[in-house]
Design a protein around this ligand. Structure first.
Ligand SMILES: Nc1ncnc2c1ncn2[C@@H]1O[C@H](COP(=O)(O)OP(=O)(O)O)[C@@H](O)[C@H]1O
Ligand SMILES: [Mg+2]
Length: 501
């Protein structure tokens, strides 16, 4: 494929979109969406629990799914951050040890109640002159029970939980308590509507999307019961009818942070879709954005449309002299954990840099180098922040690597980790977990978070947790600081590994 030259004017208007899917969707995400197999499995309903790191594309899949389902006439219910507040739950609900509470089960029942009510509301709203096929019953239930007082989703959920709590912890005679609880767990209020609901669902489709559960995550008892209860509810509701699908997205760390989910992993595994990206698919993602943006701005993009992803890339980003045309891509993708948000941000910053000094495309390689420090510093902070609830103070551990060599033998690294655990090297905010950490545990944490890459076999390559799913870290002899963190931590890059020198 030949070289593509772009009009100098494109430099002024080119853009890679925004780093979050919620904002991207109104700017054309659907048109430049990379349709992965993961998306297909979610769309078909084979997978209903979507897992991925921050910025990996969970919301993108949900946003595109929502748009397409709406276009096909389905009802789409989206539950997102404003709709839940972990702090509020913790301050509203009694603690588990206040009685035999069995919170997870209570939350599961409350979620089922909430979702069924929302689904019936959606169905009751549109075309409920439906007098046959179950429509009338649902319509009447919603009118009589949820008509006048319009509670928001979280209030509905909390109100059901409160009913359960009152019976569990209240002064009620034991026999009565069991009966009352049984009624609430079985959702008696709406249970008899299920046949009607099934009939309505024969002709209409409802999709429920629960996203951004990690917003405001505080690792509290209620937060954990809230999410594990949702999983149970999701599995149960998805068994009702193929035209009713509840989808949940979750970050890996959250999943790991909830023992109840971990224990149930076997039950969920076949429903779970994890988002992975490769270098090729990230290149495709950027190439699509380049083509779309140029086209939107009214440029003739025939040459770009014909060009492969690599040619498209190199029309926008130049390689250093004497290096292959994807050297700049290599350089940038090596400084990511393979998440779309990272490559979009890095590319956008390099483009902004270039605009300050150059007047035409491609973006010179020096522009990438100039914005690397800022990008690296932001990523380092953000990654540490992602682990705020599980490993507080992680940033101060990252800082310990400042100005040290980029590569460590296991013995050196173990010693360093030991010094960290016993406090010989001071860190901040890590008291709750670091002192209990064996060197190997800490190495594992640093590998999972992305800071460390591991030499997995004899051929010298170092792999990060974004590149391999399973790796026996205990057997690894050499580790290396990932390139993304190096600039911000002042760690030199090994000879020969830097493109351009
Ligand atoms: N399959 C995809 N195709 C195109 N862009 C994507 C895709 N997945 C993610 N993105 C983009 O990557 C960025 C981060 O994705 P987002 O869905 O917001 O991440 P999160 O997993 O945190 O919800 C957004 O700009 C989004 O549009
Ligand atoms: Mg998101």
């Amino acid at each position: 494929m030949g070289k593509v030259t772009l009009s100098p004017k494109i430099l002024d208007v080119l853009d890679f979109g925004t780093p979050s899917a919620e904002r991207d969707i109104s700017r054309g995400l659907e048109k430049y969406f990379v349709e992965s197999d993961a998306y297909q499995r979610v769309r078909s309903g084979a997978k209903t629990i979507l897992m991925g790191n921050r910025g990996a594309g969970k919301s993108a899949i949900f946003q595109v799914l929502a748009k397409r389902e709406r276009a096909a006439g389905s009802h789409v219910i989206e539950l997102s951050p404003e709709d839940y507040s972990y702090e509020l739950l913790s301050s509203t609900m009694e603690a588990e040890d206040a009685g035999s509470w069995a919170k997870q089960g209570a939350y599961a029942a409350a979620w089922k109640y909430l979702i069924y009510v929302l689904v019936m509301k959606a169905l009751a709203r549109k075309g409920m002159r439906l007098t046959k096929g179950g429509g009338r019953e649902i319509h009447n239930y919603i009118r009589d029970n949820h008509g006048a007082h319009q509670l928001g989703p979280l209030s509905l959920l909390v109100s059901y939980l409160k009913r359960l709590e009152a019976i569990k912890l209240g002064p009620i005679e034991a026999g009565l308590r069991t009966r009352e609880l049984d009624r609430l767990y079985k959702l008696e209020e709406i249970h008899n509507l299920q046949p009607a609901l099934k009939k309505v669902l024969d002709g209409q489709r409802v999709i429920v999307l629960v996203d951004e559960l990690d917003r405001g995550w505080d690792s509290s008892e209620d937060a954990k019961a809230f999410v594990s209860g949702l999983f149970q509810a999701c599995v149960s509701i998805n068994g009702l009818h193929e035209n009713l699908r509840v989808y949940v997205s979750l970050r890996q760390e959250l999943y790991d942070d909830i023992p109840a989910l971990y224990d149930d992993a076997q039950k969920h595994r076949d429903l779970l879709e994890k988002i992975y990206w490769s270098e090729e698919s990230l290149l495709e993602l950027i190439a699509k954005r380049i083509r779309y943006s140029a086209h939107e701005k009214g440029f003739d993009v025939e040459a770009l449309e014909r060009a492969g992803d690599r040619a498209c890339w190199s029309a926008v980003f130049a390689s250093p002299p004497g290096q292959g045309r994807d050297a700049a891509f290599r350089y940038m993708v090596d400084r990511t954990l393979y998440r779309p948000r990272e490559i979009i941000q890095f590319c956008s910053e390099a483009l902004a840099q270039a605009r300050r000094r150059a007047s035409k495309l491609p973006v010179p390689y020096s522009a990438i180098e100039r914005c690397e420090y800022g990008y690296s510093a932001e990523r380092t902070r953000d990654i540490a922040a992602e682990y705020r609830s599980q490993y507080p103070g992680l940033l101060s551990i990252f800082e310990v690597f400042r100005s040290r060599p980029h590569t460590f033998d296991r013995e050196e690294l173990e010693l360093l980790c030991l010094e960290l655990a016993v406090g010989e090297i001071p860190t901040r905010g890590t008291e709750s977990w670091l002192p209990n950490c064996y060197p190997n545990d800490l190495i594992e944490v640093l590998w999972r978070s992305g800071l460390l890459t591991a030499q997995a076999n004899g051929d010298g390559t170092f792999l990060g947790s974004h590149q391999v799913q399973h790796l026996n870290i205990a057997a690894v002899k050499r580790f290396r600081i990932h390139e993304m963190f190096r600039s911000s931590l002042g760690i030199a890059t090994p000879e020969g590994a830097a493109p351009g020198g």
